[in-house]
Design a binder for this molecule. Structure first.
Ligand SMILES: NC(=O)C1=CN([C@@H]2O[C@H](COP(=O)(O)OP(=O)(O)OC[C@H]3O[C@@H](n4cnc5c(N)ncnc54)[C@H](OP(=O)(O)O)[C@@H]3O)[C@@H](O)[C@H]2O)C=CC1
Ligand SMILES: CC(C)(CO)C(=O)C(=O)O
Length: 313
């Protein structure tokens, strides 16, 4: 059986650091972190504090010649992906499996177009509540990594290899039979809750108490459902309803990653959500007016914080 003995990871943020810690705890020598000089200097100073424990990872500059990794994990934000795709090149060989943990439905194709779709397994994480402040990451729930080929009725060799690694590292996972549909379901959720929470600056509790934010969120999700039906994925109204229960169970003060980005004045992943949906809508002849409005609102919020429009508020 194919075995994973070496893992390279790029992106030690909230999500990446949480899973890097598990792999490091399993075997510190199996893990390499790809980081340019600026980052590795910054990261090496105090190390990473992950749930109160200090970690000193093995940093490798992108240009350094290395043996390819058995598994390459990508855990950056969407706007980093162009640079990240370049920076991972020394770590990709003919047998490397690539898992991109980013939200959205685009990152696998972007990386796969460069290195070959045969190396890609689809993936995303759900239920992780990691929060990052510089090199300090804390989380209560590890969540689960959902991964697999598009269809997993029979596990491929790649899927079996990653499954065995995650078992050894105690990384919780699910291998859905229809991974593509699962990826789209999460995309629908992020298009709804992330974007509407960011525009309204609303933690989950606001959605639990009032009706209107839910109506707005669900109308944004409904546009994903309509587009999915033209692409062969076939999400339905039931998928929207299924999310209501998940949302009710969320920590009322909890915030989506996009709301956290807006509050911290960081770039958001709006291009990966409304941006990707609007483009697919054009391709398949489906109108997406709610997402067009959300796109413009979120881009405005980003520009207001990044170019110092604070003087007007
Ligand atoms: N946070 C959450 O709760 C959840 C997030 N997600 C998704 O997971 C993905 C990752 O999110 P998250 O972990 O929150 O993001 P973060 O912003 O916390 O982390 C991204 C990390 O990528 C690093 N990075 C960017 N470019 C490079 C590069 N070229 N080389 C090395 N490192 C690089 C950044 O480094 P630096 O800081 O040094 O610039 C940063 O540490 C996103 O798509 C998000 O939507 C999914 C579920 C939940
Ligand atoms: C599903 C949700 C909203 C929380 O994990 C998320 O993916 C995010 O905050 O980006």
């Amino acid at each position: 059986m194919r075995e994973i003995n070496t893992v390279s990871i790029i992106g030690l943020g909230a999500v990446g650091a949480a899973y890097a810690a598990r792999l490091h705890d399993m075997d510190p020598d199996c893990l390499r972190v790809i980081a340019d000089n600026d980052r590795s200097q910054r990261y090496s100073k105090e190390g990473f504090i992950i749930n109160g424990k200090r970690y000193r990872f093995n940093y490798i500059a992108p240009d350094e010649k290395v043996l390819p990794a058995d598994l390459l994990l990508i855990a950056s934000k969407y706007h980093h992906l162009e640079q990240v795709t370049e920076d991972i090149r020394q770590h990709i060989g003919s047998n490397t499996i690539i898992l991109s943990l980013l939200n959205g439905i685009s990152s696998e194709d972007i990386v796969g177009q460069r290195y070959g779709m045969d190396k890609i397994l689809y993936s995303m994480c759900l239920g992780i509540d990691a929060v990052r402040e510089d090199e300090e990451i804390s989380f209560v729930k590890t969540g689960k990594v959902y991964f697999g080929e598009k269809d997993n009725e029979v596990y491929s060799e790649k899927v079996r290899a990653v499954k065995a690694l995650f078992d050894r590292a105690a990384i919780p996972y699910i291998i859905p039979q229809n991974m593509l549909r699962t990826l789209w379901w999460k995309f629908m959720v992020n298009v709804g809750i992330n974007q509407v929470s960011a525009v309204l600056r609303a933690p989950y509790g606001v959605f639990q108490r009032f009706e209107e934010p839910n109506e707005l969120m669900e109308s944004a999700m409904r546009e994903v459902v309509r587009v999915s039906q033209q692409t062969g994925v076939y999400l339905t109204e039931d998928d929207i309803r299924d999310y209501r229960e998940v949302l009710q169970a969320a920590e009322p003060r909890g915030k989506t990653s996009m709301l956290q980005d807006i509050e911290a004045g960081r770039k958001t992943e709006v291009e990966m959500l409304a941006g990707a949906l609007i483009e697919l809508g054009h391709e398949h002849g489906v109108d997406t007016p709610i997402n067009e409005a959300l796109y413009q609102a979120i881009r405005t919020l980003e520009q207001m914080t990044s170019d110092g429009a604070k003087e007007f508020t």
